[in-house]
Ligand binder design. Structure first.
Ligand code: AMP
Ligand code: ZN
Length: 665
């Protein structure tokens, strides 16, 4: 096999594995083997840029930045759907259409996936365009972002038409959503409220590498095009599956409205077992000839009807409102309910979000409340059954002191949440911070778990994370359920954490809004904790992707004497608070003071590597061309508007090779 054949064969193989894993949920090789093959392909592609393919499986990781999404008109309008809410609505609809078409009418029943609609265009089996619905006539070009979604085929298989569009919904399955939220909470950020908004928000992220990290899926339901080789909606779903699309298997052909109702009744109950959110059923006339006869109204097809499930709702008694204190001191009010079954699970607690929400609903302890499970994972209280309210009940007074340490709470102008400002003395904050410090993505201290941290704090052995480094096995052994061996493991684990690189230490410090990615950016830019401590807000915001909110949080963290003392102590114990000599060896000041904009696709290094090279050599990467830009590094397919802008501003445009020469790469 020559190189080109090798590359082609690896691409085909990886595509197939991708398909098995993400579309069929049935992988046939291990993740490790997959990664090895991917690495092999990456190396070959890097060594042989002449075989570049914009749809190669190696490009799933993203890296393209879109500042302004281009508006593109839809070749075929994206209609909305009419809604129905009852059996009677559907019967009326059936009668209306029966009069308008010849012959017997059959239906395809599909689930109505709750996400962001998307239209994908394929030319000769390759994905060429992904556009959001927008207003139905035109939408945003989000191709770069959609390409990172693993269940979207970049290259089709089988007997596909040479040109067509396919429509579907981009969803964020519950499991991934929950995981993303756990990570956000870990970084001290507000969790996302629901999967649907998070999915549509993801499509508009500027950095496609960020989109690639989100566990999005694309579920398809409709083929659009001229003279497609299909006769029915059901057949189009089957065909799309064969070409490599993820088309959920729940869809059914119904020979009568009775069968449609059976489908609806079944899924009204069982939809909670699905891995993603649905908000109804879409019933479509199956025969495409009949669809054509029926046509469209001003805003929707006459041949389709959505049936909306009622959001499940129950009423129950609210026994008590309690308040939780998070690691960052944020207070969350929680409704403790009389246990009740809702959407297949037993619910005992519901979120009340914040003080405004409590006031808006006027909920009180002892009230009978309506609880709903909509898009949100955590059920929410949507109202009070005032007919059942005790006439003597008193309106809820939001707490003014921390339930854990009695410090008066504060609430910053414009923020919904109350905070306990006693960062140094409030037990859940103390424990939470240390738990975060030792967590897997931070210091990853083996042998030490969250409960042990609480035990150590409650026994007065530690009060902040620096204290960990003074712990001795003899102090730990006397604690509950501790033995010589486990105590030694803890001490050894703590010792080993002194090798953890600076970027993870920085994440572990628990600065609000400084999650894993931000910590990496800051580390790369400032290199040492001292440089970061001395950075002003104005300086911080010049770092790629660091906004005002993060900058403020960093500055205020280092403004605290206590934090500075803790950091001095960590330093004295040998914790890594600057990047290591090895990492530093690859870094120079060659590009110091120069601002770069990177545009297009590169062949010798990936876009991300290119940016890293700029930063490692002292340059700055900016996302938009301005008069301050010194160089635009232009790859293939650099946008014409960028080029014009650079030319007008007199900014030097250099090629990838010219850039690599600058740094003697
Ligand atoms: P609505 O936004 O309520 O007008 O509902 C129409 C939207 O439902 C469409 O734009 C699609 O994004 C979405 N949808 C979800 N599942 C389906 C499906 N199986 N068939 C058609 N549309 C669907
Ligand atoms: Zn407190």
């Amino acid at each position: 096999m020559n190189i080109e054949q090798q590359i082609t064969s690896l691409r085909n193989e990886l595509r197939e594995h991708n398909y098995n894993y993400y579309v069929l949920d049935n992988p046939t090789i291990s993740d490790f083997e997959f990664d090895q093959k991917l690495k092999q392909l990456q190396d070959l592609e890097k060594a042989h840029p002449e075989f570049h393919d914009p749809n190669s499986p190696t490009l799933r990781v993203g890296g393209e930045i879109t500042k302004n999404f281009k508006t593109i008109p839809h070749t075929f309008r994206m209609y909305s759907l009419d809604n129905s809410y009852s059996k009677e609505d559907l019967e009326d609809w059936e009668k209306r259409i029966a009069k308008m078409v010849d012959g017997n009418v059959e239906f395809t029943c599909e689930l109505k996936y709750d996400g962001a609609s998307i239209s994908l265009t394929y030319e000769n089996g390759k994905l060429v365009k992904a556009v959001t619905r927008g207003d139905g006539f035109q939408g945003d070009d989000v191709t770069a972002n959609v390409k990172t979604i693993r269940s979207v085929p970049l290259q089709l298989k089988g007997d596909y038409p040479s040109l067509f569009e396919i429509r579907g919904e981009i969803v964020l399955p519950f499991e991934g959503f929950t995981k993303m939220n756990a990570e956000r909470v870990e970084a001290g950020e507000e969790p996302y409220r629901n999967p649907r908004n998070t999915a549509s928000g993801s499509l508009k992220l500027q950095d496609s590498a960020e989109v690639a990290k989100r566990p999005l899926e694309c579920l398809l339901y409709s083929l659009v095009g001229e003279r497609l080789p299909i006769k029915t909606q059901f057949e189009s779903l089957e065909k799309a599956r064969l070409w490599g699309f993820k088309v959920p298997n729940e869809a059914k052909l119904a020979k009568s409205l009775d069968e449609v109702l059976t489908f609806i009744n079944y899924w009204d109950i069982h939809r909670h077992e699905l891995p993603y959110e649905t908000d109804g059923v879409v019933v479509k006339v199956n025969n495409l000839q009949q669809q054509e006869e029926l046509g469209y109204t001003a805003k929707s097809p006459r041949w389709a009807m959505a049936y909306k499930f009622k959001a499940e709702q129950v009423s129950t008694v609210l026994n008590q409102i309690t308040y939780q204190v998070g690691r960052t001191g944020a207070i969350t009010p929680v409704a403790n309910l009389e246990a009740v079954e809702l959407a297949g699970t037993i619910v005992k607690r519901a979120s009340l979000h914040n003080a405004d929400q409590i006031e808006k609903l006027d909920v009180r302890e002892g009230d009978t409340v309506f609880v709903e499970k909509g898009g949100e994972i955590i059920p929410k209280i949507i109202g009070v059954d005032f007919t059942k309210r005790d006439p003597n009940s008193q309106s809820t007074q939001y707490i003014i002191e921390c339930p854990e340490c009695s410090t008066p709470l504060v609430r910053t102008e414009g923020e919904a949440q109350h905070y306990c400002p006693n960062t140094e003395g409030c037990p859940p904050q103390i424990i939470g911070r240390i738990q975060h410090f030792i967590s897997r993505k931070a210091m990853d201290i083996e042998g030490l778990g969250g409960e042990t941290v609480a035990l150590l704090v409650n026994n007065g052995l530690i009060n902040n994370y620096a204290d960990l480094y003074l712990l001795k096995a003899e102090q730990i052994i006397p604690l509950e359920r501790m033995a010589q061996k486990s105590a030694e493991n803890i001490v050894n684990g703590i010792e080993a954490s002194k090798q953890i690189p600076f970027e993870r230490v920085l994440f572990g410090l628990g600065i609000r809004y400084v999650g894993e990615t931000v910590a990496k950016k800051l580390t790369k830019h400032y290199k040492t904790i001292d440089a970061l401590i001395n950075a002003s807000e104005a300086d911080l915001v010049t770092v790629d992707e660091i906004g005002e909110r993060i900058a403020q949080s960093v500055v205020s963290f280092f403004a605290s004497e206590e934090n500075l003392t803790t950091i001095e102590r960590l330093k004295s114990y040998g914790v890594q608070l600057e990047i290591s000599a090895d990492e530093l060896a690859n870094q120079t000041d060659t590009l110091s003071g120069q601002i770069f904009v990177v545009s297009g696709v590169f062949t010798k290094v990936s876009r991300n590597e290119l940016k890293k090279l700029i930063e490692d050599n002292g340059g700055k990467v900016s996302s938009a061309i301005s008069s301050k830009t010194n160089f635009v590094v232009a790859g293939d397919n650099m946008g014409p508007s960028k080029r014009t802008k650079a030319e007008n501003l007199g900014v030097a445009i250099i090629s990838e090779d010219e850039f690599l020469e600058m740094i003697n790469f």
